[in-house]
Structures are given as structure tokens and as C-alpha cells.
Design a protein around this ligand. Structure first.
Ligand code: FMN
Length: 146
């Protein structure tokens, strides 16, 4: 069965998760934003948190939106201000994931983002996994379902 892991990562936690899926023979697509986030941690939290809190999208660099070859898709993104990062909002409006065997992996610093999980489960038939900063907590990767 062909399997895709598609993700956005600002600070590398998503990349650690992608490595695990790659080992398990998933094709990997990383989406990136056209605009950089502010360099300072404070600026990043302020801008990203505000925009994500408002449910805003971010313009993405070109990526392959054709997922017709895949039966299973895993979508991964970080939680910003309790909500999907802006790049994830764009991804979920660009691609219709609804016909796929679908899992969301949400990376966060600590919170479980229950509202985001509820919204995803309202829109899709899907599994939702929560990982707390797996780059510094590698044990979190044991939550992944292979
Ligand atoms: C703008 C911004 C907002 C964030 N908001 C939250 C939050 O509301 N709750 C939380 O637990 N972590 C929050 N975090 C932490 C990230 O979700 C967490 O570090 C995640 O693992 C980052 O994934 P990445 O390294 O793949 O970008 C935030 C990080 C940023 C940059």
C-alpha cells in the first residue's frame, strides 16, 4: 500500500517525525512557506501565535498536491496558540484528504490542543496523535503507529 507523510516544521520536530515515517517506507513531502518567520523567538511567537489563533493561512512554496496514488496519508504540523500552524491551514485547504486512511500527528510544546483535535475529527474520519517536542523527547516517537 502506498503511503505518504506530508508535513510542515518550523523548528525541526516535524523533521524527526518524518525520519521515523521514512524508515517505515512512507514517501515524504515537506511543505515550506514563502515568507520566513521572524528570527527572534519572541517575534516568532507573537506573529505566528496571533496569525494561527486567527486561523490564517500562509503562502506555500510549490509542492506536489496530487495525492491520488496514496491510500494512506499522515499529515503532521505544529500547534501554534492551540491551533494548526498557518502553513497547515493552507495545506488542508489545498488538498482534500477525506477519502484517505488518515492520521494527523500534532507536535506541541506541552498542550494537547483538544479543540484542534475535535475540529479535525469533526471534518475527517481520522486518528489524531499528540507528540510533545519529539526532538528533545525522543520517547514521544513511540506513540507513532506502525
Ligand atoms: C508561534 C508558536 C506558537 C506555539 N504555540 C504553542 C501552543 O499553543 N501550545 C503548545 O503546546 N506549544 C506551542 N508551540 C510549540 C510548538 O508547537 C512545538 O515546539 C512543536 O514541537 C514545534 O514543531 P516544529 O519544530 O516541527 O516546528 C508554539 C510554537 C510557536 C513557534
Amino acid at each position: 500500500m502506498s503511503k505518504l507523510f506530508i508535513y510542515y516544521s518550523l523548528s525541526g520536530n516535524g523533521d524527526v517525525v518524518a525520519d521515523e515515517y521514512k524508515k517505515n517506507r512512507y514517501d515524504i513531502v515537506k511543505i515550506t512557506t514563502k515568507k520566513q518567520m521572524p528570527k527572534s523567538f519572541f517575534g516568532c511567537i507573537m506573529k505566528g501565535g496571533l496569525l494561527a489563533g486567527l486561523g490564517k493561512k500562509a503562502a506555500l512554496n510549490d509542492y506536489n498536491k496530487d495525492i491520488s496514488a496514496y491510500e494512506e496519508v499522515v499529515v503532521e504540523f505544529p500547534i501554534w496558540n492551540g491551533k494548526p500552524a498557518c502553513a497547515a491551514n493552507t495545506l488542508m485547504s489545498d488538498i482534500d484528504f477525506s477519502s484517505k486512511k488518515l492520521t494527523f500527528v500534532l507536535c506541541s510544546g506541552g498542550g494537547e490542543a483538544p479543540k484542534t483535535e475535535a475540529k479535525l475529527k469533526e471534518k475527517y474520519s481520522c486518528n489524531v496523535l499528540h507528540l510533545k517536542d519529539p526532538k528533545k523527547n525522543p520517547d514521544e516517537l513511540k506513540k507513532l503507529l506502525f
